[in-house]
Design a protein around this ligand. Structure first.
Ligand code: ACO
Length: 488
């Protein structure tokens, strides 16, 4: 990275001017460095959803959304997916180089040695109700690891390597245990004899009464899935990891934050969303056309389509689609949902709505089908994503820890609430509020809709959230009749 002699000039206020340095990344990406902007001018920038904001300098992943390029540490994703195993890629992301045979052996050994979780943790699984989403179990259990494997404030290199191995390996063990718990079967321990993906499948699908027969095509498909999900620079969950980690919270809490952020259906939850959508289309007898019309009318969203940064194609989706073709062509593995997915893709890609908005299938459009073919239960899809993304999160945490530029993340904001006003005693409050009864008959008070409309402090729903009723965004005041739990 270089700081160019070129500067950007900002004109503001009454003829004032500020010079801002331009930074150039190793692939020619340019950024205006605004680190001193507020100090020098009194201005901050605003960029909701961080569409244009670089939050850090990173040497881990490069992507070019316009050209459909994704590289880990300089290596094209296509090559890594074809030639490497997930464990090698995890090492690459973490330590910057593809491992030598000796390094890979040592790393695999460390992962194996770290694959068991403390036996006392097993009883935690029993505390969750049967229908608990495995992502809830995963995020809780990962945060709980810190109680069993305390993290010293000052980490030595070997302690850091051990923690990394614990997390990469134990996230997988916890994932499989949570599934076994949900179906009421005994947990199957990891085995030193099996490689990373085989080990996971064995923990998921073998039982004390029946061995699991590994299918090399399924192993390869899951391994590729994990590689493709291993990192994606400053996405929502990785940003959550960096923000949480910037306070120097312990690393288990940091990864737990990443898992929570990943859970959402606009992020890691989309692979589950895509299958639900295909299922809905299939059971309604629609060939995809009605659903597409609904998405255009903003009544639905085409899950697995669109991406914040990819505007031509998602290179991961291309690899997943090929893998899908190969896997589902195997005897007995054909899935009519794949045909629907293909029709939907074709219809969407010839429709002006999707073309004009650069909406293409993303990695999640096909990955759900691969997981389905591998018999991975539906509610475990996002968990698989989390297993894949853990090395990426850890690589970012590690990079930040060792960066001399790292500071606690603390964005600014533009305050749009009321200016200072006079405090109202209890008997003077509520004059502008309308009262109404809820469906259950409880008396509730809502701000006058006209006030909501005019009030710039109420965030109006946009785009995807159009269907959310405005009043849901307004904090509910306590019941006026004094009932309910809100009166403190
Ligand atoms: N289906 C239909 N319309 C869409 C879709 C979609 N999947 N995605 C975006 N649009 C439309 C929006 O309605 C909007 O239209 P408008 O200009 O008429 O208002 C326009 O395209 C731009 O959409 P934004 O929401 O501004 O795009 P943003 O970059 O904020 O969101 C996101 C990206 C969240 C991925 C979005 O495309 C989406 O919700 N996709 C479906 C969920 C999904 O597949 N997520 C997985 C992402 S990949 C990953 O996490 C591994």
């Amino acid at each position: 990275m270089s700081v160019q002699s070129e500067m950007a000039t900002l004109h503001y206020g009454d003829g004032k001017e500020a010079k801002l340095p331009i930074l150039v990344g190793s692939e020619g990406e340019r950024a205006v460095d605004i680190a001193t902007l507020r100090r020098d001018t009194g201005y901050v920038t605003i960029d909701e959803g961080y569409v244009n904001t670089g939050s850090c300098k990173s040497a881990i992943t490069y992507l070019d959304g316009e050209k459909g390029i994704l590289r880990y540490r300089g290596y094209p994703i296509e090559e890594l997916a074809a030639k490497s195993r997930f464990v090698e890629v995890a090492y690459l992301l973490m330590y910057g180089e593809l491992p030598t045979p000796k390094q890979l052996n040592a790393f695999s050994g460390l992962l194996n040695n770290s694959s068991l979780i403390h036996e006392d943790m097993k009883q935690f699984f029993g505390g969750f109700p049967n229908h608990t989403h495995p992502m809830a179990i995963l995020t809780t259990m990962v945060a709980s690891l810190s109680a069993f494997y305390p993290v010293p404030d000052e980490l030595k290199d070997e302690e850091e390597s051990q923690i990394i191995a614990n997390l990469v390996s134990q996230v997988r063990t916890i994932a499989a245990f949570s599934y076994k718990m949900s179906i009421g079967e005994p947990m199957i321990y990891p085995s030193y004899r099996l490689r990373f993906v085989e080990n996971f499948l064995n923990m998921m699908f073998s039982s004390p009464v029946q061995d699991y027969q590994q299918d090399p095509d399924i192993v390869k498909a899951i391994d590729t899935f994990l590689i493709l999900h291993a990192d994606h620079e400053q996405n929502c969950s990785t940003s959550a990891v960096r923000i949480t980690g910037s306070s120097q919270a312990n690393v288990y809490a940091v990864i737990s934050a990443g898992i929570s952020a990943l859970w959402g259906r606009l992020h890691g939850g989309a692979n589950q969303g895509a299958i639900s959508m295909l299922d809905e289309i299939q059971s309604s007898g629609d060939d995809g056309r009605v659903f597409i019309e609904n998405t255009k009318n903003k009544k639905a969203r085409l899950m697995g389509f669109g991406h914040r940064v990819y505007k031509t194609f998602d290179p991961r989706a291309k690899i997943m689609k090929e893998l899908c073709h190969k896997l589902l062509a195997k005897p007995g593995m054909h899935d009519p949902m794949f045909d629907i997915a293909m029709r939907l893709e074709e219809a969407a890609l010839s429709d002006e709505y999707f073309l004009s908005r650069n909406l293409y299938p993303n990695v999640d459009f096909y990955s759900g089908l691969i997981l389905k073919a591998a018999n991975i239960p539906f509610n475990m899809f996002t968990v698989l994503f989390a297993i894949g993304r853990t090395p990426g999160w850890l690589a970012h945490w590690r990079e930040m820890r060792h960066s001399p530029d790292a500071r606690i993340a603390r964005p600014r904001q533009i305050y749009v609430g009321p200016p200072m006003r006079t405090y109202l005693p209890m008997d003077k409050r509520g004059a502008n509020r309308q009262s109404e009864r809820s469906k259950s008959g409880r008396l509730i008070a809502r701000p006058d809709p006209a006030v909501i409309q005019a009030d710039p402090t109420v965030v109006r729903p946009k785009r995807f959230t159009d269907s959310i009723r405005a009043e849901r965004l307004v904090p509910m005041p306590p019941a006026e009749d004094g009932s309910g739990p809100h009166i403190a």
